[in-house]
Each structure stands twice: as C-alpha cells, then as structure tokens.
Design a protein around this ligand. Structure first.
Ligand SMILES: *Cc1c(COP(=O)(O)O)cnc(C)c1O
Length: 490
C-alpha cells in the first residue's frame, strides 16, 4: 500500500515530500494520510526506539530511501540525553512517558529534531533549490525546539513568533538567546492564537507567496499543522506500549489508555493515528488547563472559542483554537471535506461550530475530555512529589489530574500511560511554589534550590541559559507579522 496525502479541505492528493514542504494546503486545509498502515505489534516488542521509528516512518514516507531515513533518525535521536529517547517511569500504578529528554527539554524535540532533515530530503526529492523559510508560531516550546532544529541548517531560514508576555521566563530566555546565522525571533503583542492566525494568514496570502517565490523563497511550517511534525510523534505511543510489555506491566494486545496534556491537539492526534494503525488504545484522555474549549466540546459537540483567554502556569497549552482538531474531525466524519470546509468557515466567522450528533457519539467512544484548573494543578504537583518523590511539570500535572479523575469516576481498570511533555526545570517558579510554597528568589537561584531540595540534576541546557546573551529583543504587534517577514526576506 502506497500512502499519499490530501488536504482536509480539497480533493487533490500529493506525495509525502510535497506535503512536508508545503506545510499547509493552499486553501488552508491540513494534509492527512489517505490510509493508515497497519503495524504488526509482535514485531515491535524487542525493537529500540530508533527501530520502531523506522518501522513507522518508512510506511508513511515511501519516497524516502531506507538509508536516508535510518541516517536521519540516527542523527535526530542521538541528540537526546537518554538512549531510550522516551523512557517510561513507573510508580504506584502510574506510568509516565517522559518526552522531555531532548535538547530543549520539551516533547516538541521528538518531532523537531527530525523535521529539518525531513524537509531537506523532501526538497531534494522535489528538486527544490529555493531557500526554505520556516514560519512558526509558538506557545513556548515549539519555538525553541524548532530554532534548535533549524539553526544553521543550510539553505533554510527560520522565523519564530512568540507571545511576548505569554511564555515562561525560561522559555523566553531559551528563544531570545538562540544563536545561528539563519534564525529570527520576534515577540508579538498578543497571545498564541494571534500568532498562529498571523502565520496561517501569511500562508494563505497568494500574492505574498508569489512575491517570495520570485525571489526563490518558499515557506514551510514547523508547527504541528505540518504532517512531518505529527508522524514522528506516533512513534512514542508504540514505544511506550512496548516498554510496558517488556516490563511485564501489560501483555501484548492488552488495551491501555493514554492521557495527553493538550493544546493544539497535535500530540493527542498522533495517538489517534497510533490507534488507527492497530495499537490497542481504549481511550485517549484529552487533558486541558483552564482554557477548556476541548472539554466543552467533548461534552456538548460544540466548539466555541468565544471566551476569555486565560494565562496559566501551563502556558504551552494556553490555546483556544486547536488546529489539529480539524484533522480529527476529518477522519471522524469519514473524510467529509465539505463538512470540514463548512465547520472551519463557521469557526472563522462566528468563532464556533457544532458537529452532527452521529459524529459526536463516534468521537466520544474514543476520546474523554477533562481539565484541571490552576489550583488543582498545583496541588497535584505537591501531592505527587510528597507521595512518590517525583517532580511533575505543570503540563504533565494537568494530565495527571485528569487521569486521576478518570480512574475515580469510571470503572475502567486498564493501564494508564500519562504523557509527560516538559521538564519541570522549564517552569521552576510554578513547580517550586507548588511543592515548597512561595519564594522570592530570582529564577536561577530558584532552579538551584529546586534541584538541591529534590535531588534532581539541573539539565545541561538550563545551566547554560544563565550566562547566555540575549540576541533577539524585538516585539511587534500581531498585525505587523507579514511586514516583518517581508523585511527579513525581501
Ligand atoms: C506543545 C505542548 C503541549 C501541547 O501539545 P499539542 O500538540 O499542542 O496539543 C503540552 N505540553 C507541553 C509542555 C507543550 O510544549
């Protein structure tokens, strides 16, 4: 079976390399695979992370040669600080899938360590010699992971937009200190949704894109709207399942639940793809923070972004428009692209839409939505530390709380795997306060003290940050984004 890709909003099919290069389709739709390859589970049990990664990516990327793919998988995951790449830590009856051992300490590294190579090979396959410019909106973690992945990559430039007041102090420092001869980092006055909308509107501006094209520049995206970002994320659903099989925590073919701290719906969508490929997943628990649009959706079938945007201690999930939701709706509607066009038009004009009843029941069979407010999230960080000596970051804590509630409120006794998406050292203020109460120490002293008290080692990338020079200071308004891109490129 040879997989190709199509937009959620039109008929045209294209190849994997074309989809990866384009990022988003011309009419604003997202690319999805036309089929889901089936995976033989037994085959994976004793494979390493890299081998599982190869098994999965090779099925989705038929144009990529075995050598190419193995080479880039090796290069991408050698950058992780643990050989397992994404280890599972178990305590009590909980299993935490640690996705934060990459260069920037968030799960975004899993995909963004490999995406630059996927884009480079795609360009070769398509005989593209133009300069590739990556435009990225970030709620905090994508930006740094993408900068790290693309810095000094030949024939590329990367421009990152982050909400200037909407990320953690460490996330901001990580981005504004980025070195590289091809990197641009701009703060915007606004929130993540403003940044993401700005990027999307640049992508759908035909005239601007043609002007760039005449200068031999093409735009692509490092956001999870790019299918090349999503596919590498499918891998850890399989690898964590296999790790539990190896440990004897589950038997092969037992069904499990995954809880995913969710913002743009990319990470959990990868779990949905894993399920479609044959991984025995019973429920995907979609965990939101106080920006609980998705919780409301799963309850009512209505997606409504018309509400206050709340800044939380889990900033990477402060999102009201979850882009990848469009992909899930597309699959769940049996590929009804007309329905998707209409729903997205309603979202654009009214800020809300309601899905048909029969579609809703299908979705609730697999997804369970819940959320954790600020107080509960802090409480969970404190409790888990006290009980298990394990330090959760605020995003993971949101998921932990949702999983606890699910177990309490249902009779489901299946094994639960909780995705841990960031190192607690990225959010030292919130974590420290949750465990040890308030402190007025400055952030790097706080990090030292957190490490001391919890006996954790400060990750190398955090240590380096303290003495880094701030190289990117510019902040613009969100309606100046296109001009800013023009200034950099033209
Ligand atoms: C991006 C991010 C999330 C949300 O992931 P989505 O794919 O956007 O749903 C959760 N936690 C952390 C730490 C993140 O960086």
């Amino acid at each position: 079976m040879n997989i190709s890709y199509k937009s959620t909003r039109s008929d045209k099919t294209i190849t994997a390399s074309q989809a990866i290069l384009k990022g988003i389709s011309d009419e604003g739709g997202l690319f999805v695979p036309t089929a889901f390859p089936q995976i033989d589970l037994e085959n994976l049990v004793h494979k390493s992370y890299k081998e599982i990664c190869y098994s999965i990516l090779s099925k989705y990327l038929p144009e990529f040669s075995e050598n190419h793919l193995k080479d880039i998988i090796g290069k991408a995951y050698d950058k992780f600080s643990v050989p397992k790449v994404a280890p599972v830590v178990s305590f009590g009856n909980r299993h935490i899938l640690e996705l934060f051992h990459g260069p920037t300490l968030a799960f975004k590294d899993v995909a963004l360590s490999i995406l630059p190579y996927l884009i480079q090979v795609s360009a070769k396959l398509q005989n593209v010699e133009d300069k590739i410019v990556i435009l990225t909106a970030t709620s905090g973690d994508t930006g740094k992971a993408a900068l790290e992945g693309f810095a000094n990559v030949e024939n590329t430039k990367i421009i990152v937009f982050y909400p200037s007041e909407g990320v953690s102090s460490i996330q901001k420092r990580q981005m504004t200190s980025q070195v590289g001869n091809n990197v641009y980092v701009l703060g915007i006055e606004g929130n993540f949704d403003d940044a993401q909308n700005g990027v999307k509107s640049i992508f759908s501006n035909k005239e601007f894109k043609e002007k760039l094209k005449s200068e031999k520049i093409i735009l692509s995206s490092a956001n999870s709207i790019n299918i090349g970002r999503l596919l590498p994320q499918v891998v850890y659903y399989f690898s964590s399942y296999m790790e539990l099989v190896q440990k004897g925590a589950i038997a092969l073919n037992d069904s499990v639940n995954f809880t995913v701290p969710t913002g743009n719906f990319g990470d959990i969508l990868a779990g949905y793809y894993a399920k479609k490929m044959g991984l025995p997943i019973h429920k995907l628990l979609c965990a939101s923070n106080s920006n609980n649009v998705l919780y409301d959706f799963f309850k009512t079938g209505t997606y409504n972004k018309n509400r206050e945007f709340i800044k939380t201690i889990s900033p990477s999930m402060d999102i009201l428009i979850s882009s990848n939701f469009e992909r899930m709706l597309y699959h769940a509607s049996n590929n009804d692209q007309e329905l998707i066009v209409n729903l997205m038009e309603e979202l654009n004009t009214k800020g809300s839409y309601t899905i048909p009843e029969e579609m809703k029941s299908g979705i609730s069979e697999l997804f369970y939505g819940s959320y954790s407010d600020e107080e509960s999230t802090k409480k969970v960080i404190g409790q888990v530390y006290e009980e298990y000596n394990y330090v959760l970051d605020p995003h993971t804590a949101v998921a932990y709380k949702v999983c606890e509630d699910y177990v309490k409120n249902t009779s489901d006794e299946r094994t639960n795997i909780i995705l841990s998406t960031a190192s607690p050292f990225k959010f030292p203020e919130a974590v420290y306060e949750s465990i040890f109460k308030n402190s007025d120490l400055e952030v790097y002293e706080l990090i030292d003290k957190l490490a001391q008290k919890t006996s954790l080692t400060i990750p190398e990338p955090i240590k380096k940050l303290k003495d880094s020079a701030i190289l990117h200071k510019k902040v613009i308004s969100s309606d100046e984004m296109k001009e800013a891109v023009g200034e950099i490129l033209l």
